[in-house]
Design a protein around this ligand. Sequence first.
Ligand code: HPA
Length: 271
Amino acid sequence: MSLIERLEETKRTLRLIGVHEVEVGLILGSGLGELAEEIENAVIIPYEQIPNFPISTVTGHAGRLVYGTLRGKKVIAMQGRFHYYEGHTMDSIVYPVRVMKDLGAHSIIVTNACGGCNESFVAGDLMLIQDHINFMGANPLVGKNEDAFGPRFPDLSHAYDAEYQIITKAVAEELNLNLKEGVYMGFRGPTYETPAEVRFARIVGADAVGMSTVPEVIAAVHCGLRVLGISLITNMAAGMQANLSHDEVIETTNRVKVQFKSLVKETLNRI
Ligand code: HPA
């Protein structure tokens, strides 16, 4: 089946289940899925019920779409995303983004938990993503281009929407949040980086390192979606603190998720 045919099939099922108008897609990173619980008149669809959707394998990722209204916007949220390190193809990782576009979304908000490599950051900081470095060794647009969906050679000069960044910064100020800004560098994982890789990341201009986000943003820009990216710095990257653990990632996420949720919701209201 072609991409367009697969999308048609997915959309048909979602419409039958009650997914109608969509304005904004939300991709909720590790531990940040709770935001979807605030969606009103929620239609909840486990990924396994959606034709052509991959199945999530990571614990802490619920693996479902939640559709409804949040801060006055029609949203569809991914509670749990697909990662390259899980063994998913780039094509399946970005499939949900294309579904969001096909359902009528004009924008997506992409979030993640990641490590800070900018020396002025601390664990618990929120970072507005200004740009990214694709260090995953793959690109979701490799292969035949679906011209109906987007151009062969997409321009990533303005991948992260400038206007949305201004709005998010204004919201952070009003909420009294100290919002950092920076460049996100995507690694393949699932190992955390080595200290040498983190030094390298800093030298080439990264402020944060993580294992997601880059594929989805590339696919979003390709099909004309506006993108807002927000990272939660759950730890300082390898070599910048004693050691790294998934437990710390979870702990920091739990500590900061209230601020994270307010930032996303209030920004959503204004985009
Ligand atoms: N590196 C990569 N991914 C991560 C990190 C990190 O330090 N922390 C949370 N996700």
